[in-house]
Design a protein. Structure first.
Length: 137
């Protein structure tokens, strides 16, 4: 819900230039994370997809989820992740990378909390054993 006094999360984050900068750092971090690439399916995909396109799609998605004017044009989260068989532990490593990046750019606590809620909402679609993951979220 938004009011006249409260700009959207998108605006508070600084719009597309800031979000794209943060996503650039995050995707570099995630694509090189040995905790994630220990999963051979993730490792294969991380070495197959061109980083620029990956960053484009994730930027589009984050902008859209934060209330920006962009539309997400990629595949659904379930469709693009189910074949990767992502575990709870890999999810936790990914979330850790997200916070390392947000801290690096000194994103304020309130905006981090809103981003955490957005990230958590995707967990059942991304973690392979989603019934268990939902209970832990
Ligand atoms: C909030 C959590 C996440 C979001 C918002 C997200 C977002 C995305 C997006 C937008 C795409 C591109 C979809 C397309 O090709 O149309 C994608 C693909 C991918 N994601 Fe994620 N992701 C998340 C979590 C994860 C995690 C935890 C991992 C690994 C442990 C991961 C690994 C991958 C890989 C390897 C691909 C490429 C798949 C392929 O093209 O075969 N993602 N993700």
């Amino acid at each position: 819900m938004q009011s006249a006094e409260k700009p959207s999360l998108y605006d508070r984050l600084g719009g597309v230039y800031s979000i794209a900068t943060v996503v650039d750092d995050l995707i570099d971090r995630v694509m090189a994370d040995p905790r994630l690439n220990a999963n051979p399916l993730v490792d294969e995909a991380h070495h197959r997809v061109p980083p620029a396109g990956f960053k484009y799609l994730v930027t589009e998605m984050v902008c859209w989820a934060a209330g920006g004017p962009q539309k997400y044009t990629g595949r659904s989260m379930a469709e693009s992740h189910k074949q990767l068989k992502i575990t709870d532990k890999e999810w936790e490593a990914f979330v850790d990378d997200v916070w390392l990046t947000l801290d690096k750019f000194k994103v304020p606590a309130e905006e981090q909390a809103e981003l955490r809620a957005i990230v958590n909402s995707t967990r059942p679609d991304i973690v392979f054993d989603s019934a268990h993951a939902q209970g832990a979220a």
